[in-house]
Design a protein around this ligand. Sequence first.
Ligand SMILES: *[C@@H]1O[C@H](CO)[C@@H](O)[C@H](O)[C@H]1NC(C)=O
Ligand SMILES: *[C@@H]1O[C@H](CO)[C@@H](O)[C@H](O)[C@H]1NC(C)=O
Length: 336
Amino acid sequence: MHWRTLIAAALAAPSHAMLRFSCSQLVIDRLDPLVQPGQTPAAHLHQNAFAAEMDYSLDLPSMATCTTCTFTEDFSNYWTAVLYFRARNGTYKRVPMFANQFLEPANGGITVYYIPPYDMKTPVTAFKPGFRMLVGDPGRRTDFDDNDAKQLSFRCWDKNFTGDSSGAPGMGTDTRYLPNRPCPGGIRANHFFPTCWDGVNVDSPDHKSHVAYSLNGQVGGPCPETHPVKIPQVLYEVAWDTSSFNDPNEWPEDGSQPFVFSMGDKTGYGTHADYLFGWKGDSLQKAMDAFCGVNCPQLETQSTQQANRCTIKPTVVEPIDEWLTELPGGAQAEIE
Ligand SMILES: *[C@@H]1O[C@H](CO)[C@@H](O)[C@H](O)[C@H]1NC(C)=O
Ligand SMILES: *[C@@H]1O[C@H](CO)[C@@H](O)[C@H](O)[C@H]1NC(C)=O
């Protein structure tokens, strides 16, 4: 079975063997610990990056007092860009996130998957302390034919998570650009990380070169010689509640779509996701060895309501939620 079919199956029957859980919204803040460490403010707004700097020696599980994730041994940091709506009068309003399907009542945030090889036999090596990686390129504004671009996509939802694209992320009518029509049920962004590791480095200067996609693009597929170690596939989904921004009278008159990412990207090609491993001890390895499903007896859990209560105050204090005349940090939305 192809891994994308597997995800479709997992959604239909959530007991299927892959971790899928929510990490509720923690904070919206202008921090970028991977690409602009120590910089307050960073260039553009992210959701859920929780510190300006993340030293390799930090032991996240011993530092954190709570986690927004349903698996309570997971203190990893997962973050993505933030989406804004640009009205006809040129002002911006932040688009809220909402709970993904079956993960209600999560307070937005990120749906995280750890996907084992589809044969359910091939072992994978969980990440090491200090491990981090990035998928996507915040500066990209055109379509690319590299693996990275193939692993990023958007789904335009009709009401109640339906639509003509009901398969796994990236399938059907999912697009690599932001949907060019109103999506009554919101927009889901999908980010698949690489599945092969060089086995040595927990990071690299571009935060990408120490990992690679498998030769056939599948999780558990053969890894290149340079990156021989199979790692679980991490997938982030982010559900944007665009439903209150679907008035055609507020959409651009030229027929283009009105949403713009916090780095000034209105194409969607610049969507990106950052990962910093922070599971306690060998908990993730145990879950992977057990080919755990959504319900994983190997792991400790908390209720979504409890997870929603874990929040922090932003480091960079600035207006982000009123109608804004420019994006936080001043990124230009490249409006002609
Ligand atoms: C711009 O348009 C939005 C959406 O209609 C509206 O809520 C906002 O008040 C407008 N701002 C100004 C300055 O006209
Ligand atoms: C969406 O789901 C809710 C609750 O299950 C239901 O009440 C509603 O009718 C559904 N809406 C559509 C458009 O299917």
